[in-house]
Design a protein around this ligand. Structure first.
Ligand SMILES: NC(=O)CC[C@H](N)C(=O)O
Length: 384
């Protein structure tokens, strides 16, 4: 295990703000949208969530790497962030599941990180100015030169990144949440009758824990590439259709929107998470917009009509414009921090979606009931 280096590294934002720190993970230069995540746990799940593709993630939790990394906590087959920013790095992980240090892991995957950064100041900056592009480098230590590279990079608005993360071929997923970790009383306590519904999941950059939760609730999940046509999807004769999370600007994923619009005509239950929620909204005629700095963390309150507020895991930079929703669509949840749309459903058809992550990983389990809701909708649709 290599200790974290004292090699100098530079972080420059598009507005010229410069931070000096030290390198961890790989050496090199990366450019991406600099965002922040306020979660206190789950850095490995964040790093491997495909929705972060193209982004440099600032972790506000003050020390990263304490529990190392392990093969089970991967949300996809590799880390997807472009770079990582930390206040401090733990060089000697201590956890029974750890197989590698965070720094070695990122080095192995050629992902640079910078530590020694005043992440509180950086986060305040992003909150004030808004998320913007930035660069981390161990090679270009002149801020003006690094900034000129940042200026050449495209902005996140308008970017379709789905083709970079979607599966190339269809596959079936059957692995449920490990029994040791199962938290749902109904699933943990008994050999609950498994409904055996077939769900086709459109992969815009799907997280493994979504697949695990669907499998835990007894679904046979067929995961298909994002460019699969509605006709091909319906050939699987699914009981329900799932629209996954994913990176980039949802409005740029026009193929996904067209396919979803086509699929809605079949009136089968549809459940969308995060980008899936945005794509459902877009296919129902709504518009999306870019938030100033997004919501990324594990304690975002969501609620509206329900008596209980859900504390939710979130990771998004875009949201649905409520003014653009048609009369047939109802807002079910708002993000209670800024009143943006966090959930919607069709008033008469079995389509619903949430902007947050009921599968958590990392995060609280308050919203896991939404998977059950999807199952119930499939049950009802079968009875009709
Ligand atoms: N987690 C996600 O699916 C994110 C959706 C979209 N890329 C956004 O940033 O809003």
């Amino acid at each position: 295990m290599s200790l974290v280096s004292a090699q100098s590294a530079l972080l420059v934002l598009a507005d010229g703000t410069t931070y000096r720190g030290w390198s961890f993970g790989a050496s090199g230069t990366v450019i991406g949208e600099v965002v922040f995540n306020t979660g206190m746990t789950g850095y490995q799940e964040v790093l491997t969530d495909p929705s972060y593709l193209g982004q440099i993630v600032t972790f506000t939790y003050p020390e990263l790497g304490n529990t190392g990394v392990n093969p089970e906590d991967e949300e996809s087959q590799r880390p997807q962030v472009r770079g990582a920013i930390a206040r401090n790095i733990c060089a000697r992980p201590s956890n029974w599941r750890s197989t590698q240090s965070l720094s070695d892991y990122l080095k192995h995957h050629h992902i640079p990180g910078i530590y020694g950064i005043d992440t509180r100041a950086l986060t305040r900056k992003i909150r004030t100015v808004g998320a913007m592009n930035g660069a981390i480098s161990t090679e270009i230590l002149d801020p003006a030169e690094l900034r000129s590279r940042v200026e050449q990079a495209p902005s996140m608005a308008g970017l379709n990144l789905v083709k970079e993360v979607t599966t190339q071929t269809m596959y079936e997923w059957s692995e449920p949440t490990d029994r040791v970790w199962e938290f749902s009383p109904s699933l943990a306590s008994s050999e609950a009758a498994k409904p055996g519904y077939t769900v086709v999941a459109i992969d815009f950059g799907i997280k493994r824990n979504i697949l695990r939760r669907l499998a835990s609730y007894g679904c046979r999940v067929i995961v298909v590439p994002a460019n699969t046509s509605a006709e091909e999807i319906l050939k699987y004769n699914p009981d329900g259709i799932f629209l996954s999370n994913g990176p980039g600007d949802p409005a740029a994923v026009t193929e996904g929107v067209t396919t979803t619009r086509e699929l809605l005509k079949a009136n089968k239950p549809v459940f969308g998470i995060c980008m899936g929620h945005q794509i459902l909204g877009l296919s129902l005629g709504a518009e999306t917009f870019k938030l100033k700095f997004g919501h990324r963390g594990l304690n975002q309150p969501a609620g509206l009509k329900q008596r209980q507020v859900e504390i939710t895991s979130q990771n998004h930079g875009f949201a649905i414009n409520p003014e653009s929703l048609s009369d047939g669509v109802e807002i079910t949840h708002l993000n209670l921090n800024d009143q943006t749309v966090a959930g919607l459903k069709h008033k008469s058809l079995p389509f619903f979606s949430v902007q947050y992550h009921p599968e958590a990983s990392p995060g609280p389990h308050d919203a896991d009931y939404l998977f059950e809701q999807f199952i119930q909708q499939m049950e009802q649709a079968k009875r009709l």
